[in-house]
Design a binder for this molecule. Structure first.
Ligand code: NAX
Length: 331
């Protein structure tokens, strides 16, 4: 007999990332090849967005995915989050002309108040929420605070795309394959202040800085390239990263549900417990392992050099500043 379906709510389902993400969830790449899924697809009520969502649903139907059991299309968040086991919060407003990052933070923040409350009221009791919509760390903080009945450990924000980008850069420089790069941690905020930790990364099992004997590149171009990769893609494509973001979300969810292989870690922005000097309660990216039962742990005791400390502190300071802008949304 087949397993009961996992119900997955996806906001921004008619957007670019949604378009690249949904067929991969429906074909089993996020939850496994024998796990049926039901999709709650959530969009804004605008006629254009709902029409686009209908089109996406038609395409999903036309794929005849064996694992796709049901689709609910809605702009009502109570319906959208009803009984969902996973809430993937992808949708948010893009930055408009003349809009400052701070305006974006406060404008988008209110979306996550409503979504947090709706998850609290309507989702399955053990619902897991992943925030992708930017600024994802702070939006996750807002959603988490507005869902007080859901364990804080069930909330995370996505820095896996940054990890994957960093692995590709290190592998390229070392002349290795990206699968040879392990324990590649992104610390802090999913923003241009994030710190990709080359000192604790391994390439072919060797410390990254031994495999790449070019400290200037590691401290300079490597960090800058990873931090600025999103902007470089927008410049080249005229649109922000989409299928690489969808791919990272597949990796993020799959690796939170699967036991982490010995010696490996994944970058996940989770609620800090004060580890590594990151103030408790901030949603900050850490190296994380999962045990396969839904529990995750921040990897303890990694060495943090003075160089790394300064960069982590700078990114955490940005998270604190973002938090101060939306304090009133935390309920
Ligand atoms: P798009 O503009 O293509 O799509 C966003 C969709 O969200 C639109 O269809 C819009 O109607 C919908 N939407 C807006 N507000 C909503 C709401 N309140 N409820 C439901 N739906 C809503 O953007 P896309 O390229 O798909 O990117 C989505 C988000 O991901 C953006 O905030 C973007 O900045 C963020 N990203 C985050 C990344 C990460 O690594 N964490 C990387 C990729 C991406 O930049």
């Amino acid at each position: 007999m087949s397993k009961p379906a996992i119900r997955v709510a996806v906001t921004g389902a008619a957007g670019q990332i949604g378009y690249a993400l949904l067929p991969r969830i429906a074909s089993g790449q996020m939850f496994g090849p024998d796990q049926p899924v039901a999709l709650n697809l959530i969009e804004i009520p605008a006629e254009k967005a709902m029409a686009a969502l209908q089109g996406v649903a038609m395409e999903l139907e036309d794929c005849s995915f064996p694992l796709l059991h049901e689709m609910v299309l809605t702009s009502d968040i109570a319906t959208g989050f009803k009984d969902c086991d996973w809430a993937l919060l992808v949708g948010s407003k893009p930055r408009g002309p003349g809009m400052e990052r701070n305006d974006l933070i406060t404008e988008n923040g209110s979306i996550f108040v409503g979504q947090g409350k709706a998850i609290n009221a309507h989702a399955a009791k053990d619902c897991r929420t992943v925030v992708v919509g930017n600024p994802c760390n702070t939006n996750c903080l807002i959603a988490m605070h507005n869902a007080p009945d859901v364990p804080q450990a069930n909330f995370s924000a996505m820095t896996r795309l940054d990890e994957n980008r960093a692995k590709a850069q290190l592998a390229g420089k070392a002349g290795s394959h990206h699968t040879d790069v392990t324990t590649m941690t992104i610390w802090g905020n999913h923003s241009a202040t994030q710190y990709p930790d080359f000192e604790n990364a391994k390439i072919g099992g060797r410390p990254g800085r031994e495999a790449i004997d070019d400290r200037d590149w590691l401290e300079g171009d490597f960090i800058k390239t990873v931090q600025q990769r999103g902007a470089a893609i927008i410049k080249a494509r005229g649109l922000s990263s989409a299928f690489s973001a969808a791919n990272a979300l597949i990796d993020h969810v799959r690796d939170l549900r699967t036991p982490t292989p010995a010696g490996e870690t994944h970058s996940v922005a989770v609620c800090s417990d004060g580890s590594y000097g990151v103030p408790a309660g901030l949603i900050s990216s850490f190296p994380v392992t999962a045990d396969g039962s839904g529990q995750w742990t921040i990897v303890p005791d990694l060495p943090i050099s003075d160089f790394a400390r300064q960069r982590i502190d700078a990114s955490v300071a940005e998270l604190q500043q973002e938090r101060s802008l939306i304090e009133k949304l935390l309920g």
